[in-house]
Design a protein around this ligand. Structure first.
Ligand code: NAP
Length: 302
């Protein structure tokens, strides 16, 4: 059997490392492949998932939205978020679309961050695709307050409106939008009072060395003056600071949070849980999560 990752580019993904380790550990005869897919090839690649030798796929940037139109059924959470990151092939070739980023984030915060989202105040930086999944998780788990800080507040308004219109009706009640540059002091006030701060922007991510067409180019930590979107003095020990970035393992934001004795969580647990949930949908078997996490860490950090 085969399963794979649809995206462009995908060559730096560590999904094959931890998914293949899981298939092998459970003795499942499946190969996890990388399917580098430019836009014009997307319909053909998705259609090929209907073949009987295919379990399904993961979907990543830039195709998480476009595949909504190419599958036969969409899970309500994926429809609310407006993104599919997992496709499952049913017998008969029907394709089902899911979003496991939402539950992956919940598990990361609850299992690894030891924080129950219910009744919490959350500040989220960014309003892109990952921010949509985080917002659905936060609203779905009944947080009381969600502040979305964005460079383009209109995009954050769209995010909250879309969620509230697509089944997460509380999004418009608990959600507020603010400027990421703190021009009116609102971001500072919200961060000082929050229980959970989430960075859902790529700020802090390791850059890739050399030319992007050089497959041997690994990530380097090359930013000489790492950018912080929040000031370290706003962070307090009561806050869990979660960076969705997983490479480097300790981002500038997490380093600043540690220095302020806040608790920290990087993006690796979410990455592994969303993959484990996809694995369980493809195989109907419990995923070996600890083994998947070790394989991901080896691939990323060793
Ligand atoms: P995306 O859809 O491109 O959204 C990026 C967001 O970050 C947008 O709101 C963008 O603002 C903002 N942004 C980008 N550069 C910025 C900067 N220099 N300063 C301030 N804001 C900036 O990307 P995404 O898919 O949401 O991914 C965001 C990050 O999350 C990436 O690092 C990705 O690797 C990570 N991620 C991790 C996981 C995981 O499992 N751990 C899952 C998904 C994503 P504008 O709209 O103004 O451009």
């Amino acid at each position: 059997m085969r399963v794979g990752l649809i995206g462009y580019p995908v060559r730096h993904s560590v999904s094959p490392n931890f998914q293949q380790a899981a298939f092998d550990a459970l003795g499942i005869d499946a190969t996890y492949e990388l399917w580098e897919t430019p836009f014009d090839r997307l319909p053909g690649v998705v259609a090929s998932l209907r073949e009987p030798d295919c379990l399904g796929a993961n979907v990543t940037i830039p195709h998480k939205q476009a595949v909504l139109a190419l599958v036969d059924w969409i899970d309500p959470t994926a429809a609310a978020v407006g993104a599919v990151n997992t496709i499952v092939r049913e017998s008969g070739g029907r394709l089902l679309g899911y979003n496991t980023d939402v539950e992956g984030f919940v598990r990361a915060v609850e299992y690894d961050g030891h924080l129950d989202l219910s009744g919490r105040r959350v500040v989220m930086l960014g309003s892109g695709g990952a921010a949509r999944a985080v917002s659905a998780a936060v609203v779905g788990r009944r947080a009381t307050d969600l502040v979305v800080a964005a460079r383009h507040p209109d995009r954050a308004d769209d995010l909250l409106r879309d969620l509230s219109q697509r089944g997460f009706t509380d999004a418009s009640d608990i959600g507020r939008v603010t400027y990421l540059d703190n021009r009116d002091g609102a971001l500072e006030r919200a961060v000082r009072e929050c229980d959970l701060l989430v960075n859902a922007t790529p700020v802090g991510m390791a850059r890739h060395a050399a030319r992007s067409d050089d497959p041997s180019a690994g990530p380097v930590h090359s930013d000489p003056a790492p950018t912080l979107l929040v000031r370290p003095e706003w962070l307090t020990p009561r806050t869990l600071v979660c960076d969705l970035v997983y490479n480097p393992p300790v981002t500038p934001l997490l380093r600043a949070a540690r220095a302020r004795r806040a608790r920290v969580l990087n993006g690796l647990p979410m990455l592994v849980y969303q993959g484990a949930l996809a694995f369980e949908r493809w195989t109907s078997r419990p995923a070996p999560v600890d083994l998947m996490r070790r394989a991901a860490m080896e691939a990323l950090y060793d």
